[in-house]
Write a protein that binds this ligand. Structure first.
Ligand code: MG
Ligand code: ZN
Length: 228
């Protein structure tokens, strides 16, 4: 009986995810689901990279949290459209909640949509939101054992961003261990080292986002070609 209930939840989520993807495709929006534990530095990464993109890409954000609009306020300060999605205690975003968020965004005026998932290294990875790709975030303060302990978080992602790398000397974090474990989990993934507060590695992330090819078609470098 429990198994049947879980199946229904995933089925309903997958249906909403498919609808989200169709809506995003029809409006020309590329959508990235940002995954990582609480305190990994997902919001700080968005704060650092979004200003490097907005000269030529129209960016929007869906912010997932259990409570408060703290992260949405930080994104709002960048001057890009943002909607705070509150799970009311739930530990992951669902495609249904994202669907409601999409209805509040001016999608015809968006090229790139980030969804910042709830800070949680476990179940967000199980829920397709309708995104086109995922980026996983790991801070050195979380520890170098996390890829091995939470492999699903890093599986089948094209990019893994290591954050707070300046704090490494204060920790036991070993880049070689993490790189080896990440290579085992996601052999094709790019791995970037960043330090968002000082802007280190942010140019590389910006370039990665601009040049990433999706579904065989070029990423909208330089904004939409059909405008004007
Ligand atoms: Mg956040
Ligand atoms: Zn959950």
């Amino acid at each position: 009986m429990n198994i049947q209930v879980l199946k229904n939840i995933f089925q309903r989520n997958d249906n909403a995810a498919r609808e989200n993807r169709e809506l995003l495709d029809s409006t020309g929006v590329t959508c990235i689901n940002l995954l990582g534990g609480a305190g990994a530095g997902k919001t700080a990464l968005l704060e650092a990279v979004i200003p490097t993109l907005t000269d030529s890409l129209r960016v929007a954000v869906l912010e997932g949290d259990l409570a408060t609009t703290k992260d949405a306020a930080r994104i709002d300060a960048l001057g890009v459209p943002v909607v705070q999605l509150l799970t009311d205690g739930g530990c992951h975003l669902t495609a249904t909640l994202v669907q409601q968020g999409l209805q509040r965004l001016p999608l015809d005026q968006v090229d790139l949509l980030f969804i910042e998932n709830v800070g949680n290294p476990i179940c967000p990875a199980n829920f397709d939101l309708g995104e086109h790709l995922r980026i996983s975030v790991l801070s050195v303060t979380e520890g170098d054992d996390k890829p091995a302990k939470y492999p699903l978080l890093f599986k089948d992602v094209p990019l893994i961003v290591l954050t707070k790398c300046d704090l490494q000397p204060l920790t036991d974090f070993d880049f070689d261990t993490v790189t080896r474990d990440l290579r085992r989990i996601s052999p094709e993934a790019d791995i970037l080292q960043t330090q968002a507060r000082k802007g280190i590695g942010i140019d590389s992330l910006s370039t990665w986002l601009r040049t990433r090819k999706l579904r065989g078609s070029p990423y909208p470098v330089g904004g939409r070609q059909h405008e004007g």
